[in-house]
Design a protein around this ligand. Structure first.
Ligand SMILES: [Zn+2]
Length: 375
């Protein structure tokens, strides 16, 4: 049995549904905080002691189904244990304040997916909420598989269902592994056996800068209608670029019969803190959209995409595995203090993602350095 997470975008929701989801998401976050605060008061918090200490109050206080309260308890316990582990490793810890709403976890029994109707049905204390899903045809069979605990995630004004499905399916034959690093200097960098493709971020940056200055000038003249039109134009331009970049990436991987490993921007994993880079990128829609397009086009092309935890990919040496902050000397330059290997920092990160995907421990490089490589 293997599980995989399918990211499904919800069609535009009406005000009432949006409000119900927001309310539930906030209630879930509050419930996690409540359990977490209680965990800190217990001598040895466990599922059963936390349950005993919290369940009754939580049921009264938070308008959530019982099974989602249990999810909140488990999430809080995972955060608590993560903090304890960090403490044992001598790292700095502070109790997470959970200021931003967490992804809403949905227990198995509270969700039903109807792939043919392109709908998901969510149980709430005051009845069902029907959520319209955008499901590409090729994913319909996948969405019909039995599912596990899934999440509802909001990005800007869009909502996504991160549907975790369980399948018996035999893993795809081991094609070459490709890593994709997303960034600012390079919008994207694709790395695989004998393939390195940079997607330069300069045109995007300079165009955004130009649009920004243009709008500033318009704003001073109070031409607000034109400001709006200019915003639309910029986002259409970025969308078109994302279409081109995603097309090219998927084509390269498909032509090699490979698999693609990307970094998780949002995930089902119990991550207490995301990396700063990821935090920044989650809030920038062009990146989220680029990943959307890649996922979608990859599904159509039969390319398997998996999301990898991006932590330490920028500090780890893709040749010897040595991980140290000192390895990263400048924004663009990576030089391993253990083995002396030097290469472009984004390329190093992309290779680490591919290595993580190839084996879950992430040990060892899967991409042999190119001959005489100078980057
Ligand atoms: Zn090294």
């Amino acid at each position: 049995m293997q599980t995989r997470v399918i990211q499904l975008k919800l069609s535009v929701l009406n005000r009432g549904k949006t409000q119900r989801l927001e309310t539930m998401q906030q209630a879930f976050t509050d419930a996690v905080r409540f359990h977490l605060d209680t965990a800190y008061t217990l001598p040895k918090p466990s599922v059963s002691s936390l349950h005993a200490a919290c369940y009754r109050t939580a049921r009264d206080r938070f308008p959530l189904p019982a099974s989602i309260i249990q999810q909140a308890r488990d999430k809080a316990l995972a955060i608590y244990r993560g903090m304890q582990t960090r403490k044992r490793q001598g790292k700095k810890t502070s109790r997470p304040r959970l200021e931003r709403a967490l992804p809403l976890r949905i227990a198995v029994e509270n969700l039903r997916v109807f792939p043919d109707k392109r709908m998901a049905r969510l149980s709430t204390p005051d009845g069902f909420v029907w959520l319209p899903l955008i499901i590409p045809d090729v994913w319909r069979a996948l969405c019909a598989l039995p599912h596990a605990v899934s999440e509802l995630v909001r990005r800007g004004t869009d909502w996504y269902l991160m549907l975790t499905v369980k399948s018996e399916e035999v893993p795809a034959p081991d094609g070459p592994h490709f890593g994709l690093d997303l960034g600012v200097a390079n919008v994207a960098l694709l790395s695989g056996p004998a393939v390195v493709r940079f997607f330069d971020g300069k045109p995007l940056r300079s165009l955004r800068g130009r649009f920004f200055r243009y709008r500033q000038a318009l704003q001073q003249k109070r031409k607000l209608g034109m400001v709006k039109r200019s915003q639309g134009k910029e986002s259409r331009w970025a969308t078109q670029m994302n279409h081109q970049v995603s097309r090219e990436i998927v084509d390269i991987v498909a032509a090699n019969g490979g698999r693609l490993h990307v970094e998780t921007l949002l995930g089902i994993r119990d991550r207490v803190k995301m990396t700063r880079k990821v935090n920044r990128m989650v809030h920038s829609w062009p990146f989220a959209q680029l990943l959307d397009f890649i996922t979608y086009k990859a599904a159509l092309a039969g390319v398997q995409v998996s999301e990898e935890d991006p932590r330490y990919t920028s500090q780890r040496c893709s040749r010897c595995g040595h991980t140290a902050r000192k390895n990263r000397q400048a924004q663009a330059a990576f030089r391993c203090v253990a083995c002396g290997y030097a290469l472009h920092a984004d390329l190093n990160a992309a290779r680490n993602l591919a290595a993580k995907g190839a084996c879950s421990s992430g040990v060892g490089a899967v991409t042999a350095p190119l001959n005489g490589e100078v980057l």
